[in-house]
Write a protein that binds this ligand. Structure first.
Ligand code: NAD
Length: 429
């Protein structure tokens, strides 16, 4: 099939590349010319395991192209995926201006039947509004369908998630559109759930909010464990064996960040509000998440007493491992708070330092974890990169001014850390 992907970020680039890998002809479009130039030169603007190799191969074999010319891409394609960003507005609602802008250009450019696929995460009823906008600006009066096809991939394992989805959700109200979508996804041999458009839109917000709730739930439990002397890791394990609960997303820590959970939960609260429902449960999920960072900052302050002129080594900046994405990363609030108190930061992240440099100018970026620990009064772990789990702890101890580790991701065993001679502070243990 001939497909245009509008928005070549974390979702669009992975979606386009994977559909090319499945044998389709793909044009990835972006408004950001610099991004398109890089992609045309074979430079991948994001870090995502396995993506670079797939982009290069499919580009070389002529199934994947990159352009900033949206109209041309629309004319050449039968299916158009909208993968632009839907960032939060100041009031927490999703900013749909990019989606709206794209819808209008599609309407003006399309000169034959097009299937327009909403893949960006959007509030319920956006599909209707996209269809209405396209109808209003439909210059050549051609037929079209709009479907909702929310994306569930996780950054850090996006290619694998796209190729092996738990389910594919298609919200549609036309048989023609459903048939095209089923054909497109057929090679993945995954379960395709067909719903109405609004239900598909809500499935995405409900899923992300539910996962965020699991994280906040175990963080609330971690706080009770700390007060009572229980071990949240054991509690989570004991809960997770129950098939009704499951082990995933029961990791206590400094809470969720990234471009999905915080903004999607906030947007869902606003959607509920607009529809007359006070989603108190989800508000509390967000509140627990916010508090979790504050509690972690208090832990650092308590352990170091005065922060002014103390040097803190920070391991991990990205919002989670295996990505370079810094959007809404807990590290931002935590480092800002420590700097406000006068602490000096030496930081290392395996992939996110280039993006972090646009956020923090006044921290020392280090070449590895050992350099970050060197001469520091404490080492703070903010992202659970695998390489941090395998550190030479004797070497770390020798480099630190004070053998203090404050671990926001529970990557070490307290018993081992004690034996190694560290003062080790973690979450819920
Ligand atoms: P992103 O910021 O990485 O990518 C969006 C891209 O759209 C950018 O490159 C931007 O330049 C481009 N763009 C904006 N306006 C445009 C226009 N008018 N024409 C062409 N390109 C335009 O964002 P992302 O992380 O890929 O997220 C995209 C959507 O997918 C969001 O709605 C997000 O909530 C959702 N989503 C994200 C993830 C994730 O893990 N990142 C997972 C599932 C769903």
């Amino acid at each position: 099939m001939k497909i245009a992907i509008i928005g070549s970020g974390y979702v669009g680039l992975v979606t386009g590349t994977c559909f090319a890998e499945l044998g389709n002809d793909i044009i990835c479009v972006d408004i950001d010319k610099e991004k398109i130039d890089k992609l045309n030169k074979g430079i991948i603007p994001i870090y995502e395991p396995g993506l670079e190799e797939l982009v290069k191969r499919n580009k070389k074999e002529g199934r994947l192209a990159f352009t900033a010319d949206l109209k041309d891409a629309i004319k050449k394609s039968d299916v158009i995926f909208i993968c632009v960003g839907t960032p939060p507005r100041e009031n927490g609602e999703a900013d749909l201006s990019h989606v709206e802008a794209v819808a209008r250009i599609i309407a003006e450019a399309m000169d034959s039947y097009k299937l327009i696929v909403e893949k960006s995460t959007v509030p319920v009823e956006t599909g209707e509004k996209v269809a209405a906008a396209i109808k209003a600006y439909n210059k050549h009066k051609v037929d079209f369908d709009v479907v909702s096809n929310p994306e569930f991939l996780r950054e850090g394992s996006a290619v694998n998630d796209f190729m092996n989805p738990d389910r594919i959700v298609v919200g549609a109200n036309s048989k023609k559109a459903i048939d095209i979508m089923k054909k497109l996804y057929e090679p993945l041999k995954a379960h395709v759930l067909v719903t109405d458009i609004k239900s598909a839109e809500i499935i995405k917000h409900a899923s992300n909010s539910f996962l965020a709730a699991k994280i906040s739930f175990i963080n609330a439990i971690a706080n009770i464990c700390e007060k009572t002397g229980a071990d949240v890791e054991k509690v989570a394990e004991g809960m997770g064996y129950d098939k009704r609960i499951g082990k995933a997303f029961l990791n206590a820590g400094i809470g969720y960040g990234g471009f999905c959970f915080p903004k999607d939960a906030e947007a869902f609260i606003r959607i509920a509000e607009k529809n007359g429902y006070d989603f108190k449960l989800l508000k509390e999920v967000q509140e627990v998440n916010k508090k979790q960072r504050e509690l972690f900052i208090r832990k650092i302050e308590k352990a170091l007493w005065v922060l002014k002129n103390k040097t803190i080594g920070v391991l991990g900046l990205a919002f989670k491992p295996n990505t370079d994405d810094m959007r809404f990363a807990p590290s931002i609030d935590i480092i800002n708070a420590l700097q406000k108190e006068g602490a000096k930061i030496r930081a290392y992240d395996a992939e996110a330092m280039e993006k972090a440099k646009k956020i923090f100018s006044d921290i020392t970026y280090c070449k590895d974890a050992y350099e970050a620990a060197s001469g520091a009064d404490a080492l703070v772990i903010l992202t659970e990169w695998n390489e941090f789990k395998e550190l030479d702890l004797k070497k770390i101890k020798g480099l630190l001014k004070n053998p203090l580790i404050i671990d926001g991701r529970n990557i070490y065993e307290p018993e081992i850390m004690k034996k190694e001679g560290f003062k080790y502070i973690s979450i819920g243990r």
